[in-house]
Design a protein around this ligand. Structure first.
Ligand code: G4P
Length: 191
């Protein structure tokens, strides 16, 4: 998505450790006009997949998933994060390790929100090492649902999570893929 690349170049701030700050439009302040366009682009990409539900993870995945949900007239489910190991009840859960933040979270979705009839599209803000998307795929598949694909607003291609999931056969679409990034420049993958 050309406009995502333009927004990253205009407003992104590169931090050490391969981290890109996009708090002005995605992670803290939200550019709602652009968010609507992101939702429409996601709807266009997956229009032939008969998606029944969108799955994301709190917090920053939610606005993108909701925007796609509006564009596709679909419900959105978001997985909750919980640090406690004391989980019980009718939930699907897995552990997601964050390389960026160096912590681990349980990721939890109530069983009632995923069924074997579901064709699920997974949406998140960043795709780095792929642990969040992998956790969401696991949860969807625990519920017997079909994962039709995943969308990240921004993929950091150099951290390889997206390509590992593609190698496993999942359809992974990213609105922009950063191939290289340093203090002086950002290079996007041609899609
Ligand atoms: P992964 O899920 O792809 O493996 O990535 P990783 O564990 O490294 O990322 C952990 C968290 O950091 C995720 O958010 C992810 O979206 C975010 N993240 C990863 N790389 C970047 C980056 O370059 N810039 C920004 N702004 N975020 C990045 P999270 O912990 O789930 O946070 P939130 O959704 O609650 O905000």
């Amino acid at each position: 998505m050309k406009k995502m690349e333009e927004k990253i170049l205009a407003e992104g701030v590169i931090l050490s450790g391969g981290v890109l700050k996009v708090g002005s439009f995605l992670n803290q302040q939200i550019d709602t006009v652009f968010m609507r366009e992101m939702g429409e682009e996601i709807a266009r990409l997956f229009k032939d997949e008969e998606v029944t539900k969108i799955l994301t993870i709190e917090a920053s995945g939610i606005p993108i998933a909701v925007s796609a949900g509006f564009a596709m007239n679909l419900p959105v489910v978001y997985a909750k994060k919980n640090k406690s190991s004391n989980i019980s009840g009718d939930v699907y859960t897995t552990v997601v390790q964050s390389f960026t933040h160096g912590n681990k979270n349980n990721v939890i979705v109530n069983k009632e929100f995923i069924s074997p009839d579901d064709r699920i599209l997974i949406v998140d803000d960043f795709l780095a090492h792929g642990s969040a998307l992998t956790g969401l795929i696991e949860i969807a598949e625990m519920g017997g649902a079909t994962v039709v694909g995943c969308v990240a607003a921004i993929e950091k291609g150099f951290q390889l999570g997206g390509d590992r999931l593609r190698e496993k056969g999942y359809r992974i679409e990213s609105l922009a893929i950063i191939e290289e990034m340093d203090d002086t420049q950002i290079v996007f993958r041609k899609q």
